[in-house]
Design a protein around this ligand. Sequence first.
Ligand code: ADE
Length: 266
Amino acid sequence: MSELSYIMIIILLAAALLVVLADSRNPKKTGKKKTGLKTGIIGAMDSEVSSLKEAMADRKTSSVSGMEFCEGTLDGHDVVVVRCGIGKVNAGSCAQLLINLFGVDRVINTGVAGSLDAAIDIGDIVVSTDVVQYDFNLTPLGFVPGEMNSPAVKSFLSDEGMRKSVVKAVRESAPEIHVFEGRVCTGDQFVSSREKKESIRESFGGLCCEMEGGAIGQVCIMNNTPFVIIRAISDKADDSVEMDYAEFEKAAAARCAAVTRYMITH
Ligand code: ADE
């Protein structure tokens, strides 16, 4: 065989290898849906994000403003997972950093919450249609409770596509879990009395209360970034809160993280 024939054979073999490699990464062939999106995932506490961080590949960690941002992939999908700490200021700053420094295309807030609705039990999942900051109050100036002047909204609307994907994720991955779609109520307070719970429920009609989603929603809306809040119920936000929270917080946080992972990777 001539030297030219050898070169031709080598070129053909290399081309064939490239085709095989490209095909093995084809999401249709691997059964994985590739969104091409970079998703920021925020949890307030370690229990809400640790299983996601452990499941990540190609991990690179950087510390900004006292928060550890963990960049990498989750079953082949680009993610940045971060524990923001409890409360609205932590959560809002974290969302802004995810958008500005890490260039995420969308944000998911995963974690636990107290139920505001008698039909929603411990272990159930709530997915946000919208989120309101129940402790934001300009009523003396003529606004309704929770209404803001800048941005001028009564609540922050979640992304419909992301919400539907979460509901689908729960139905496919854990059909035994009850999933509810509705308003999430956020405030810088751990709700632990029947009176407080009823006053939030009466004023805002929400399904659950927590301490971060409203700030994440606000920052996402201000930056034109889609977001959704996924919360598993750890307590009833009333006088039974202390016992229930201690018993169910870890399992609820892990359940929510599992739904988040399934939603991103399917
Ligand atoms: N997160 C979980 N339970 C909560 C509650 N009862 N109030 C505020 N945030 C919560």
